[in-house]
Structures are given as C-alpha cells and as structure tokens.
Design a protein around this ligand. Sequence first.
Ligand code: IMP
Length: 176
Amino acid sequence: MSRLGGEKVEVLLSEAQLAARIAELGARISADYAGQPLTLVGVLKGSFMFLADLARAIDLPLKVDFIGTTSYQGTKSSGVVRITNDLSRPIDGEHILLVEDIVDTGLTMQYLLENLATRHPASVKVCALLEKPARAKVQVPIAYKGFSIPDEFVIGYGLDWDGRFRNLPFLGVVKP
Ligand code: IMP
C-alpha cells in the first residue's frame, strides 16, 4: 500500500507481473502471425503504456497507429461510443491488432471491431491487458488477454481516475 496525493493505493499487479505477462503475449503474437506484417492500433488514451511495452515484445514487421474513443452513458443502460481521433491512414489489406487497456462493458471494443471491419482489413483481433468479466454487457472475442480482474476500479499503467495516475508503473486499486 502506498499513498499518492493523499489516496491509498494498493498494488493489484506489480511491474514484474505485468512485464512477465506482456513478454508471453508478445511471444504468442509473434508466433501466431509468423513473420507477417502487423499493425497495432492502440485505443487512446489508456493503452499507451501497454502498447509501448507490447510493441517491444513483438518480433514482426510492425506498424503502430492510434484511435481515440469516448463513451458516455445516456439515460438508457447502454453506453454510446464515438470516435474522437481517427486512424492516420487506411488499413485495407492489413492485419490489425486492437490494443486496449481494459475491456469493461465491452461496448468500446464491440463498436471498434464493427467500425474497423468496414475498412476491409485482412483481419482484426483484440489484445486487451485486462478484462472485468463481471461487468460485461456484450461478449467481445479477446484473442490475447493479459489478466482477468475483479470488479474494482483500477488505475496506473496507463489507466486513469479522472485524468490522474496514468504514470504509475504498476496497476493499483484506490482504497477508501
Ligand atoms: P468499455 O466500453 O465499458 O469496455 O470501456 C472501456 C474503457 O473504460 C477503457 O478503455 C477505460 O478507459 C475505461 N475503464 C473501464 N474500467 C476502468 C477502470 O477500472 N479504470 C480505469 N478506466 C476504466
């Protein structure tokens, strides 16, 4: 447990645990795509740290792009997802791996999978560092998953709480 700006933060996944799992994911991705070019598409902003480490664990001809989304809850139960920053170029014919920090309700990934499929890539798969299965509203196929975690709000390693804590090198939970 450490104190950051007055908040009590408990370590859920340490730097060493994250690094070990990401090395495994990178090795699996490298083997599965077997030398073919791959484009990582990081979902902003939460995936930036995971993507930076994952990219270095992948031994393939690699391109990197980013897509920004926002999701908001209307008066209905389902969130509405919208693209705030689009990809920098077309992706037709490319193998795409969507890199996400956390699949929570699954609505962001469902929307992005449908949206990117309309751009005629060779394939689109999902790599998510974290999944909160208890919160799923839709089932999203996660080809490469780091960890399943309990239904707690997590911060650090790219994930924020009201814009803060993205710079923590570990994944933590804020305790009251
Ligand atoms: P989904 O559309 O509900 O799956 O939402 C995914 C997005 O919600 C993630 O990319 C995160 O930005 C955010 N999110 C969900 N759970 C957490 C959390 O525990 N900590 C920080 N951000 C979260």
